[in-house]
Ligand binder design. Sequence first.
Ligand code: SF4
Length: 258
Amino acid sequence: MVINRIAPHYYEEPPISGNNGSGTVFFGGCVMKCDFCQNAVISRAPKGKKYTPRELADEIKRLEDKGVHNINFVTPTQWSDQIKRTLDIYRPNVPIVYNTSGYEDLDVLKGLMPYVDIFLPDYKYSDCTLAKRLSKRGDYPSVALDAIELMVKEKPTIYNGDMLKQGVIIRHLILPGYLDNSKHALDLLVERIGTDLTISLMSQFTPMPNCTDPNRRLKPIEYKMIINHALKLGLTNIFTQEISSAEEEYIPDFDTKE
Ligand code: SF4
């Protein structure tokens, strides 16, 4: 596997990061090619250091010894087989988080179910044209929706105190100027899964040089409109962000190991 960063991370949703941080493993490469990717330095190509399953298992033990609340595999899709081999070598005593774009193959996902406790899938697009233009994946809306439906079915929500022990948090990054995409994405999720889902509405879109449209930050009024739409649909388990989180300082420092 190619891995770029292994370190506790404090900027996930509160039941994932808690006080001690989430033990993140940032993999190199990604199955999507989003123009607006904040992690473009590592997602465009598998950039980083090579690890065998045995070596990653040792790193997982080290993270666990630091007291992290979970082990969080970030953009893991292209390495799913090796991740399973790693967890066959060592299974930590904290939950395993699979932090994915949502663009997952259903058979691969089924094979991951015995290994993963928490899924953090994106649901980026309801609009196929936008998905094709910005991420080169015109079939994303239906592929990701099928994948998320399976995740929710297989992993009912279980909390251990304030921390998530098992379950699914669906993330939606609101694209400035594309509010219909966001509203319809929420409509589709509720239509397919119902209102008993947990959604994280992300305001952190940060303009990146590769992306000319959108190329501005989200306005507070836009964010409010999407939150109101979610509430109108009957969603109650909603995580929101401070608009100030749309800063480059929240982008992890890649090429580091803490
Ligand atoms: S899915 Fe996430 S990591 Fe992958 S290219 Fe898109 S924004 Fe970047």
